[in-house]
Write a protein that binds this ligand. Structure first.
Ligand SMILES: [Cu+2]
Length: 134
């Protein structure tokens, strides 16, 4: 009886250590993913309602200056859909359009020509910002 109990305990011990091992692994994978993605512009939380435009924080930063040829990554940190679309609301220029970005989704674009690129969100007219390529 004692022997059977001993085997039983070691089986539980084994499955516990297996479980911990898997959990550690998945945490490691998550942190690797976070490290590999560098956000240049963040779409912060709660910008799906008006108000962020008053402080110009619908995209952060609302003006980003980059060198020619550099790529920029936007991250949707909000729980709503948003887009990164060139031009102004109702007047898209057709240069770029991320489409609807899901929560925590990324959009990366490289700018190979000098200029000021205004962009907006097709879902929320008050959301606008710009990229300046020098
Ligand atoms: Cu939006």
């Amino acid at each position: 009886m004692v022997i059977i109990l001993g085997i039983f305990v070691s089986i539980i011990g084994l499955s516990l250590s297996n479980y911990n091992f898997e959990e550690n692994n998945s945490e490691e994978t998550n942190s690797n993913v976070e490290e590999s993605i560098k956000a240049d512009v963040i779409i912060p939380i709660k910008v799906s309602r008006p108000g962020c435009d008053l402080e110009n924080i619908c995209y952060i930063p609302s003006t980003l200056v980059v060198e020619k040829g550099k790529s920029i990554t936007w991250v949707n940190d909000d729980s709503s859909f948003h887009s990164v679309t060139s031009g102004f609301y109702g007047e898209p220029t057709g240069l770029f359009d991320s489409g609807y970005l899901d929560p925590y989704q990324f959009y990366t674009l490289s700018f190979d020509e000098f200029g000021t690129y205004d962009y907006f969100c097709t879902l929320h007219p008050w959301m606008k910002a710009q990229v300046i390529v020098e």
